[in-house]
Write a protein that binds this ligand. Sequence first.
Ligand SMILES: C[S@@+](CC[C@H](N)C(=O)[O-])C[C@H]1O[C@@H](n2cnc3c(N)ncnc32)[C@H](O)[C@@H]1O
Length: 400
Amino acid sequence: MSTNPESAPTGPADEQGAPIGVHMRKGPLRPGQRVQLTDRKGKPSTITLQRGGEWHTHQGVLRHDTMIGQPEGIVVANDAGHEYQVLRPLLNDFVLSMPRGATVVYPKDSAQIVQVADVFPGAHVIEAGVGSGALSLSLLRAVGDHGTVNSYERREDFAEIARGNVEAFFGQPHPGWKVLVGDMQEQVPHQESAGAADRVVLDMLAPWECLDAVRHVLAPGGVWVSYVATVTQLSRLAEAIRASGAFTEPEAHETMLRTWHLDGLAVRPDHRMVAHTGFLLSARRLADDQTPLQLKKREKQSEVTTEDMQAWLPEDAVWDEETLKRRTVTGRKARKAAAHSQKLAEAARGADDPAPSQEPSQDTVQGTAQGTVQDAAQDTADTAETGRGPRGGAVEQEET
Ligand SMILES: C[S@@+](CC[C@H](N)C(=O)[O-])C[C@H]1O[C@@H](n2cnc3c(N)ncnc32)[C@H](O)[C@@H]1O
């Protein structure tokens, strides 16, 4: 076991040639890295290690230096003897504990998106909107060091949060990632050549508004995946894709994740779960001037009148945060999250900053990838407070 913090590599330069972000994920624990501390009750808290730093809770003071230079998986005690298990947050944990403005795609859905969209190493992916950058992290991981992700976001303050989060995760800016501020449907025709993208992934309220942009940028055979929260959005998008004639028949699914309680003979599903996050809709780009195959089963079923469709999806429907009962994130909240994510990025960048803050760590957050029940509990609180659904579940509660 290495006990000498000075021997710990300090950053990307120490591991030349290694894939982006590897230095943040293995080896001894270093200043600037995030660690997840789990107490005996299973409650996780996440802090950023600093030389000379201290983590203050009502249970006492834990010195960061007891962890720096040590391997993951150690158990450390604070000055009052309370013990914590120390591990680096996995991508799933990181996403659930990072600062956010917009609601993030849950890890179970990010995994599905990467799989359904068939995101491969070296691919060029277009993403919109970026929000807090949770999905960007999974896409960047999947395209690897030789791939590229161009992410469009209409809100500069959200883009700022995402930049901080992505840099904090990889420990450096990702060379294959560009964040472009503006509406995807307006930007893409100017920024991207026709057929340049292998994959397009959208997470926004009105993805059908981007249909022409997707048609422009997606290569023949390329996959388009959209993540939407309600069936009305799903239906609107599916019909728009069909009407365009430029894509294969759209397919949709959702994923439900049920965690299990494991205790001796008491092995059963957990009592609570996040019952709904969103739906995935996918379709593939046809070559230009092709007519999509009319599926026989659809012909038999398509006896829907225009009146039926008008009743279900009125032309004049307004698709915004209010009508879809989504939370509107204030500029103030977004700025606070951006400052927080930038602070984490700075810590991750300057891994061995010799001037530790004398204040107790203020960036402690709670969250766990496994902790669906905890998320759900937090989500319930959020829902009560803001009227938003579980997808908006915030676990970035600061603990001072
Ligand atoms: C739910 S959030 C995305 C969350 C993100 N996928 C994540 O995992 O962190 C939706 C984002 O889409 C952005 N947005 C909505 N419509 C857009 C458009 N047409 N072009 C670019 N961004 C858009 C919003 O500002 C918002 O930040």
